[in-house]
Every structure is written in structure tokens, then in C-alpha cells.
Design a protein around this ligand. Structure first.
Ligand code: NDP
Ligand code: DGY
Length: 321
């Protein structure tokens, strides 16, 4: 019997070829996310689903699909959109795409950090508004990275890649997390392990790289922001809800921190209007993994996961919970 594989939004051809070899492929393909009802309708009878981070896949989606559903492959490393426990109860394997997006996301985190510390957006807006300007020694001064401390929350794959890049800019590395990193990683990055409060107090720049979980929702809240230096810059390329966006907008407006650089937002695709009004904020529309090479690799990995499970083999990159 041919297996039915539902792809909730179009993926690169290379991935489709892998999927077509594993079953009959249906690409939903709209230029917008499926609604919850459309998702349930689309997955009916599916053996495999290739999902995107805006698809909320829970037990009700597994029920709508039917008992033949074997695998849900998220085309993202973050899987906060998937109820992994509920799917496990339905004996559905969940996979994600770790590793292949590390460099692209770390590059963007550094790009955003530079954008806010060197006021690139502000400068570009000035030029595009055809405002008069001349070079002088006090014009549009930013902050250098050399010698500054970068505090990393979550020294996983992307956190480490950001630390490596920051070291090349002459930054010092501190990090926090649920546990210490391997001694070899600490040694390579000359990274100091700190408690979260200490890290927030000590860092000139803070970059967030933990997953969104019940423990990390609003990890950066009003209290955390009050611990940061008045000159500190917050970079978030993890998930929007890790930061309380309203509290962040207030802290920035009141000058309690120096700036922010955000790739992700609490209620995507919306952005808190308070943030849009501020000059000391660099913004990107969830572009962390958005290179041709990386998105192709992510889709290919997701397709290989589906093909493995439907072929009776272990998944390449399973989510273990
Ligand atoms: P990893 O799993 O390699 O790293 C995550 C790190 O966060 C681990 O070190 C983990 O530690 C740590 N962590 C977990 N819980 C906490 C906590 N409560 N407090 C502090 N640290 C914690 O994942 P990646 O580095 O590959 O990806 C990280 C996240 O980045 C993804 O989950 C995703 O949400 C986001 N992302 C965003 C992208 C974008 O486009 N903007 C692109 C790619 C990823 P432990 O070992 O204890 O679990
Ligand atoms: C992820 O992989 O979690 C990102 O948010 C998209 O690449």
C-alpha cells in the first residue's frame, strides 16, 4: 500500500524527491500557514507529516490523521509547536532538524548584534529619509564588541557557534544553563559558567539560545531586565515567548537597557508596536536559518526522517522529549 505523506507548506525539490520515493506526496502549498482546522483536514489518512514551526501538532491532529500515522517531521530544530508526549501516546515518532542550521543562525545572531551596536538600521533609515548628514567625530557612535562580555543563555549547538564567532571579535564569554558544558567546550571558548542573575548583571550583551519550554517561557521578564546593565544589549534568535516583549519594550523605552536585536517575536508574525517605534532595536522576521543552503538541508533532513520511519528504519534525528 502506498504511504500518504502530507507536507504542510512547500519544501525544496530535493526534499520532495526523497519523499516521493517513500510514498504519495501531498503538498498543501498555500502561501500562508494552515489554520488548525485546515491542518486536521489535510493530515487525514497521512502516514507521515512534514510540519513547519507555525503548525501546532497535538493529540487532536494525530487523531484527525488516524491510527496509521507514523511520523511527524518538523522542519525546524525547535519543536515547541509539537506536543511530543501526546504524539508518543499515539505511537507517532517526532523528528526535528538539529545541526544543519547552526552556522546560519549563529551568523544572524552576530549580524543582529552588530546591527544594533553599530546602529546600522538607524543609519540606513536616516539615509533613506534623505536627512542631511556630515561626518564628524561624534556622529552616530555605537559600541565596540572588543573586550565586552557576551552572556549566552543556553550553550548548546547554536550558543557555542555564537560564542566562537564572538571570540573572533575579541569578546569574553560567560554562559548559563541547566548544567555546565563539557570541560573541553568551556576550555575552547574560555567560557565562565554563571548563575542566570549573575550572568545578566555581568554581561554587556546577552544572547538567548535556549529552546522554548515551560521553564523558559518569559525567562527574560521585567525582573531579569532590571538586572541587566543600563547599556546592555539583548539578542534573541531563539523563540519569541522566551522574552516578555511588553516588558522589553518598556525597559528599552525607559532606557533601563541599551538596546535589543530580535529575530523572533512573542506573537509572530506580529511585533509589539512599542518595539517598532524605537531606534535602539534591530529587527528581523525570523530569518535565523534563512539561507538557501540551510533551508534546503533542513527540508532534506526532514524528508530523510520521514523516509527512514516509513521504511521501518530508525529516524535520523528523533526528538526524545
Ligand atoms: P541545542 O539543543 O543544541 O541547545 C539548546 C541549549 O539550551 C542547550 O544547551 C540546553 O541545555 C539549553 N537549555 C535548555 N533549557 C534551558 C534553560 N531552562 N535555561 C537555559 N538553557 C537551557 O539547540 P540549538 O542550539 O540547535 O537551538 C536552540 C534554539 O534556537 C532552538 O530550540 C530554536 O528554538 C532556536 N532556533 C531559532 C532559529 C531562528 O530561525 N531564529 C533557528 C534555529 C534555532 P541542556 O543541555 O540542559 O538541555
Ligand atoms: C528552528 O529551526 O527552530 C527555527 O526557528 C527555524 O529554522
Amino acid at each position: 500500500m502506498d504511504r500518504r505523506i502530507v507536507v504542510t507548506r512547500t519544501v525544496p525539490e530535493l526534499a520532495l524527491e526523497i519523499l516521493r520515493a517513500a510514498g504519495e506526496v501531498v503538498v498543501c502549498g498555500q502561501d500562508r500557514p494552515l489554520t488548525a482546522d485546515e491542518l486536521k483536514e489535510a493530515v487525514r489518512g497521512a502516514h507521515g507529516v512534514v510540519a513547519m514551526l507555525h503548525d501546532r501538532v497535538d493529540g487532536s491532529v494525530a487523531e484527525a490523521a488516524g491510527p496509521q500515522l507514523e511520523v511527524v517531521a518538523n522542519v525546524a530544530v525547535g519543536y515547541d509547536n509539537i506536543d511530543v508526549e501526546a504524539l508518543a501516546r499515539h505511537r507517532v515518532v517526532v523528528t526535528n532538524t538539529p545541526g544543519v542550521l547552526v552556522d546560519a543562525t549563529a551568523d544572524l545572531a552576530l549580524g543582529l548584534l552588530l546591527a544594533v551596536t553599530r546602529r546600522l538600521g538607524e543609519g540606513e533609515r536616516l539615509l533613506r529619509a534623505r536627512e542631511p548628514w556630515t561626518f564628524h567625530l561624534g556622529f552616530m557612535l555605537g559600541t565596540g564588541l572588543q573586550g565586552k562580555t557576551l552572556g549566552i543563555i543556553g550553550l548548546g549547538q547554536i550558543g557555542q557557534a555564537v560564542a566562537r564567532r564572538a571570540r573572533a571579535f575579541g569578546m569574553r564569554i560567560a554562559y548559563t544553563g541547566r548544567r555546565r558544558a563539557d570541560a573541553a567546550v568551556e576550555a575552547e571558548l574560555d567560557a565562565r559558567f554563571l548563575g542566570q542573575d549573575e550572568l545578566l548583571r555581568d554581561s554587556d550583551m546577552v544572547s538567548v539560545h535556549c529552546p522554548l519550554t515551560e521553564q523558559t517561557r518569559h525567562l527574560i521578564d521585567e525582573r531579569a531586565l532590571r538586572l541587566m546593565k543600563p547599556t546592555a544589549v539583548l539578542v534573541n534568535t531563539s523563540r519569541g515567548p522566551v522574552v516578555d516583549e511588553k516588558a522589553l519594550a518598556s525597559a528599552l523605552r525607559e532606557g533601563r537597557i541599551g538596546g535589543a536585536a530580535l529575530d523572533v517575536f512573542e506573537h509572530e508574525p506580529d511585533v509589539d508596536p512599542g518595539l517598532l517605534e524605537l531606534d535602539n532595536v534591530a529587527l528581523a522576521p525570523h530569518l535565523g536559518s534563512a539561507t538557501i543552503e540551510t533551508r534546503t538541508a533542513m527540508a532534506e533532513l526532514a524528508a530523510r526522517n520521514v523516509a527512514a520511519v516509513l521504511g521501518g528504519k530508525p529516524p535520523v534525528t528523533p526528538v526524545t522529549g
